[in-house]
Structures are given as structure tokens and as C-alpha cells.
Design a binder for this molecule. Sequence first.
Ligand code: 13P
Length: 253
Amino acid sequence: MRKKVIAGNWKMNKTVSEANAFVAEVKDKLPQSEQVEAIVCAPFLHLPSLVEMAKGTELKIAAQNMHDQEHGAFTGEISPTMLTDIGVTHVIIGHSERREYFAETDDTVNKKVHAAFKHGLTPIVCVGETLEQREANETKNHVASQVTKAIAGLTDDQIEKTIIAYEPIWAIGTGKTASSEDANEVCQHIRETIKAETSVDVADKVIIQYGGSVKPSNVDELLSQSDIDGALVGGASLEAGSFLQLVEAGLNE
Ligand code: 13P
């Protein structure tokens, strides 16, 4: 049985003091269970205090991006070693907003995924199609190609530890959720793609999340699907009560 991983992606929201107040409120209310893992993906500036506050609790703290190099002349960037030095455990790689607004490509995603594993960080790799691609029936091919390129050159051991987040771009922040069946079909296809690259054993272990307008009212149905192992949540993760409800939903499946 795969555990459920619920990650809140705050994007560029909350001040440091608002973030600290959120973690102070949720950290001791999270379920103590192997069945579900709770992660908050916060802006870089917030990470040191959140990691400190989350120590000894069930909450994991993730970054939303990083550079693939350890150090150097890359003004404004944050390296994997800077993240691990302060105790960050996970990092989102290749979110569609990074791909769209910051010119990230499948190649940069692959480099960052390798860098994450080199430094002991767990990557949450985002993939997903545009509305045009969905309407042109290109979803499965596009997503499979993104996954294949993201994991290229990884060992089986690394692939089974990679978290994939399937986030259809048209469902992000729009209130439109993919139907649970449609979302599951793509997540199944992602697992098949990984199986073709590795083995059934490896593919069966990979955590595949769904993201795109997930909220307490639709999370149960999404998580009840065979190949959806969690959620990457934007808007509905910003409020402590709603985040706790999402995490608790992971216990019901
Ligand atoms: P929303 O949950 O706000 O649609 O955002 C999804 C997302 O992009 C999470 O990474």
C-alpha cells in the first residue's frame, strides 16, 4: 500500500509571520500515521523558521524550486546544499508556473531532479497538459514525455523515491478540477510510463499526486482512485483548517 502525500504549495503567498502562525497552528494537529505525509512548500525566505518549528512533528517542509548547481555566479538563485543545510527535505521541480513564466524546460527539470537526489532531497516533479493539448487528445503523450525526460538517467532506486504531481494546467487556480476518473486515467498512464522505463516493482512504489483546484470537498473522491496517491494543493492549502482537512482525508482511503 502506498501512503498518501498531501503537499500544500503556497506559491508566492504569506509573509514570514503569517507562515509561522500557520505552522504553529497545524504542527501538533497532524495525524501521527504512516498512512499519510503532510508537506508545506513555502517561499525560500520562510524556510529556516518553518523547518525549526516543524522539528519533531509530522510536518515536512519543502522548497518550491532550486538551482541545479551547488554554488556559483547565479544571482538570485538558491542551491540544493543551501536547502539541505537548514533541514529542508523536499523540493518542487518544474511546476507549470516555473515552466511558463521562468522558461524551465524538460532539460532543466531533469538537471534539477538529478541535483535533488545528489543532495538527498526528494523531488516533487510537476507535469501536466494545457487545455489546447487536452482538447487535441495529446494529454497522455505529453505527460508521458514530460515524465520520461524528467527521470532520464536516474537509478531505479531514485525513480521509486520520486514524487510525480500530475497537474493539468487548465485546472490550476481555476476552480475546474479534472474528474476523478480522468485524473486517475492520466495517473495510471504515468505509472505505465514509469513501468516501461523500469519495472512493475518500481512503478508500484512511485507516489503520484493530483493537483489542480483540490479542496476539502473533492479530495476524498480524488484520493479514492486507484492511482492517485495524494494531492499538491495551492489555494486550499493556505488556510490551516482547510490544510488539516486535506491531510486527514489521506487517512480515510
Ligand atoms: P490550486 O490548488 O490553487 O489550483 O493550485 C494547484 C497547484 O498549482 C499546486 O501546485
